[in-house]
Design a protein. Structure first.
Length: 294
């Protein structure tokens, strides 16, 4: 069996699946994200019911992903104060001595979409979730991209339109991508939640412009084969044609992106992208361990 932990700010999903059929989840549970002292015993109790050979963890962040760092495996400077500087990975290792893959929740979702979702058959993709915030994961040549830290591509700066006087909603950067295009920014401008805004409202043209700008930047930076959008805001299907049209205009034929409707796409795994990705990463951790022991 393989194990998966998708740790979000409001809930933590745990699941197990057979190595031979990752997408067929045997059991999953959802645990409210309380304090670590409240939450970790429930996670551990779940996995004690199974013979788990490896575990993939995709966590809310920021997290330390540098194996050479003394705080590797920690959740670091999170606004969830109870989890700040908490050794998530180390705590799990105390009970389960198995291979782990430790990364962000959005990196896990990107990997899930690459292996079993909208980017199946490709080696490179970017996954962007647009909801309360904006986060992104990057997979290049089949590998999750991390350096001394993990990508925070939801916080890139983009060109704010002169017609948009909004100050920006990000508490750190004001008018970064998240500050201008996440759900709270849409609601603050419109005075109502995104799901209550009519499809023909000009608010969506503005949203599409900012997301298209981001797609141009990601395209120029990473050369992905797919840019995949998920999250609550992206359930507005009418956004995709607007983003594609603006992306094509902004890129201005600089790169030969053909069939843009197959390049900028919705996620295929929907709300399962993260947990399926964690299972797939557990499989990668097990394979890596096997290669080291051969």
């Amino acid at each position: 069996m393989l194990g998966a932990i998708e740790a979000g700010g409001t809930k933590i999903v745990c699941a197990v699946a057979s190595k031979n059929s990752i997408t067929q989840i045997v059991e999953r549970i959802s645990i409210p994200t309380g304090t670590p002292q409240e939450t970790l015993p429930k996670i551990i109790a779940f996995f004690k019911n199974y013979e788990v050979e490896a575990i993939g963890i995709g966590s809310f962040g920021p997290i330390d992903v540098d194996p050479n760092s003394p705080t590797y495996g920690f959740i670091t400077n999170t606004p969830k104060l109870a989890w700040k500087n908490f050794d998530f990975l180390g705590t799990m290792k105390q009970t389960f001595d198995v291979p782990y893959f430790w990364t962000t929740d959005v990196n896990a979702a990107a990997f899930g979409e690459l292996k079993y979702g909208a980017a199946t058959g490709n080696e490179n993709c970017i996954y962007i979730t647009v909801g309360t915030g904006i986060g992104g994961g990057v997979v290049l040549n089949g590998k999750v991209i991390e350096g001394k830290g993990h990508p925070e591509i939801g916080h890139i700066y983009i060109n704010q339109l002169a017609s948009d006087p909004f100050d920006g909603h990000c508490p750190y950067h004001k008018n970064c991508l998240e500050g201008l295009a996440a759900g709270p920014a849409i609601e603050a401008r419109a005075g109502k939640p995104a799901q209550n805004i009519a499809a023909d409202d000009p608010a969506w043209e503005l949203e599409a412009h900012y997301l298209a700008e981001a797609c141009v930047n990601y395209t120029l930076s990473f050369s992905p084969e797919k840019i995949i959008f998920g999250g609550g805001v992206m359930k507005q299907a009418h956004l995709f044609p607007l983003i594609r049209d603006k992306f094509t205009e902004l890129l201005n034929n600089y790169l030969p992106i053909k069939q843009v409707d197959q390049y900028i796409v919705p996620c295929a795994l929907q709300d399962n992208a993260g947990i399926v990705g964690c299972l797939a990463l557990a499989e990668e951790a097990l394979k890596s361990m096997d290669r080291r022991t051969d």
